[in-house]
Ligand binder design. Structure first.
Ligand SMILES: *[C@@H]1O[C@H](CO)[C@@H](O)[C@H](O)[C@H]1NC(C)=O
Length: 529
């Protein structure tokens, strides 16, 4: 255990160390509005207000818990951007667990901020789908505009027509091929893509823009999102890397001292602050959403999220789908704030570099527990509680990492196991060929009395005896939880290697004689698949 605590202490120290100097302006900086690029002038995408169809938006924070403050803060902020852009509440559908504003850890009850000097972004956010209504079923039903498929919530859906534009923003934890939800199951990439294809087939939009913040978010579209659906997607990271929280304790700029959590995510904040325009000592042109294109925003967000100044953190923002749509004006999706249309030149001395450090999304919960521990008074119940939370999270991680490695070795041998688990398919190929297999290897419980699902290969049938129970990874080893989503690629590779559910069940049983008792392992909430 000491080894892991030391490891995290090191991570935290790395984060806190040598913070870059510089200041950030707490106001939006306005510059003369930029001109469309030559390409845009050659092939202009015209717009003329509402005759161009309605603008719809679906905003979703896929997590809960105070240590995940930033996802709901991102989504609330996105609502404010769209609202200022003139979108109507009836066309903005918000999914948020809504356990942050009045969380006992929140130092400013009823207030959510998305940057150190930011305004309250919680004001007026529609509570369409909160608590357990934030789930895969409702999210996909909302996109499809299928009211009868909803369970709970406000009943608002994307009731769009062929001339409409749809913007979807998802901020959360993720892993290869999967996006988190505050409820179970998680959202699998193939189910999302199928839904987008159905929406397209229904002729229910002119074009759709998807902004996605999550670890390994590129894997959601890589090799999966076909061209021709009139969808333009950008993701915070490529298919094999983390995405990053920002405005974390110890960053520069850091949250106000009373906040023991990250306030935002790097990619998300980058697109929403695409009015601040100054980062990494680069002064960008001013941005008027009427003249800025999706592609221009992508380039800006990419530069800020890559954090070229430092190799310690940053990720590769990617684009997928119909990249031609990059020539569309942001206005078509986000509307425009009339106040931003009359930019005035700012004095040079108010242009100050924005420099920030960020925290790997997967460690943001640890940072919260660590900060809570560090700041709690000696001998207090709070200190003991924070220490317990920290250690529980660490031991859950160690348990998952060790069990997955062991499962690999049991299935493929000591030498080959790690290699199979770590295989990364070439760019352009989807993570896995058989998504049913992926889901069932993550969690599957089968008793012979029920009928056999067709995805168990025939060769595996003969060895099913009447007493046999097939229980895949989570049933044997405990919940993957948000951290364990990183192992989705290993599980996908196990599928790609042709391993059956039964074989996985046997290996998992050997690797994990019991489900650990810690809260993170708990299967109480359900399964990931
Ligand atoms: C809407 O959802 C219901 C319930 O899941 C389903 O039976 C129905 O086919 C769906 N309608 C459409 C148009 O997809």
């Amino acid at each position: 255990m000491a080894r892991f605590v030391a490891g995290v202490a090191l991570v935290v120290l790395l984060v806190l160390r040598s913070l870059a100097a510089g200041k950030v302006s707490d106001e939006f900086i306005r510059l003369p509005s930029d001109r469309p690029s030559l390409l845009d002038r050659a092939f202009p995408r015209t717009f003329d207000g509402d005759s161009d169809g309605k603008k719809w938006a679906v905003l979703i924070a896929g997590s809960s818990g105070y240590w995940n403050y930033r996802h709901q803060a991102d989504v609330c902020h996105a609502y404010q951007v769209l609202k200022k852009g003139g979108l109507k509440d009836e066309n903005i559908i918000v999914f948020m667990y809504d356990d942050i504003a009045y969380n006992e850890e929140n130092p400013r009850p009823g207030i959510i901020i998305n940057s150190p000097h930011g305004d309250n972004v919680y004001t007026g956010v529609p509570k369409d789908y909160t608590g357990n209504d934030v789930n895969v079923n409702n999210f996909l039903a909302v996109i499809l505009g299928n009211k009868t498929a909803l369970t709970g919530g406000s009943g608002k859906v994307v009731d769009s027509g062929p001339n409409d534009h749809i913007f979807i923003f998802y901020s959360d934890h993720g892993g290869p091929g999967v996006l988190g939800m505050p409820t179970y199951p998680n959202l699998y990439a193939n189910d999302l893509i199928e839904t987008l294809k159905k929406k397209h087939a229904a002729g229910a939009y002119k074009s759709l823009v998807f902004y996605l913040e999550a670890c390994e978010s590129g894997s959601i579209f890589e090799g999966l999102l076909p061209k021709g659906l009139n969808i333009y997607a950008t993701t915070a990271s490529n298919a094999v890397e983390n995405s990053w929280g920002t405005y974390c304790p110890g960053d520069y700029p850091s949250p106000p001292p009373e906040y023991q959590t990250c306030l935002g995510d790097l990619y998300s904040v980058a697109w929403m602050e695409d009015r601040l325009l100054i980062f990494d000592h680069v002064y960008s042109e001013g941005h008027n959403l009427k003249t800025e294109t999706l592609k221009q925003q992508y380039e800006l967000v990419k530069r800020r999220t890559a954090n070229a100044d430092s190799s310690n953190y940053g990720s590769h923002v990617m684009q997928f789908g119909d990249k031609d749509l990059g020539r569309d004006m942001l206005y078509l999706y986000m509307g425009t704030n009339p106040a931003n249309e009359k930019y005035t030149r700012v004095d040079d001395n108010s242009l100050r570099p924005l420099s920030s450090r960020a925290i790997n999304q997967r460690d943001a919960d640890l940072v919260h527990f660590w900060e809570k521990y560090r700041k709690a008074p000696e001998g207090s119940t709070r200190k003991v509680e924070a220490q317990k939370q920290f250690l529980e999270a660490m031991s859950h991680r160690a348990h998952l990492d060790d069990s997955m490695k062991l499962v690999g070795k049991l299935l493929f041998g000591i030498e080959k196991g790690p290699k199979v688990l770590e295989t990364v398919r070439p760019a352009g190929q989807p993570l896995v060929d058989d998504w049913k297999c992926l889901k069932s290897l993550v969690n599957f419980r089968f008793r012979l009395k029920s009928s056999l699902p067709q995805f168990i290969p025939r060769s595996g049938l003969s060895s099913f005896g009447s007493s046999v129970q097939v229980r895949a990874f989570e049933e044997q080893c405990g919940s993957l939880s948000q951290y364990g989503l990183k192992h989705m690629r290993s599980i996908a590779n196990i599928c790609n290697a042709g391993i059956t559910v039964k074989q996985m069940s046997e290996a998992s049983a050997q690797a994990c004689p019991t489900v650990p008792s810690g809260p993170w392992s708990s299967l109480h909430g359900g399964f990931s698949a």
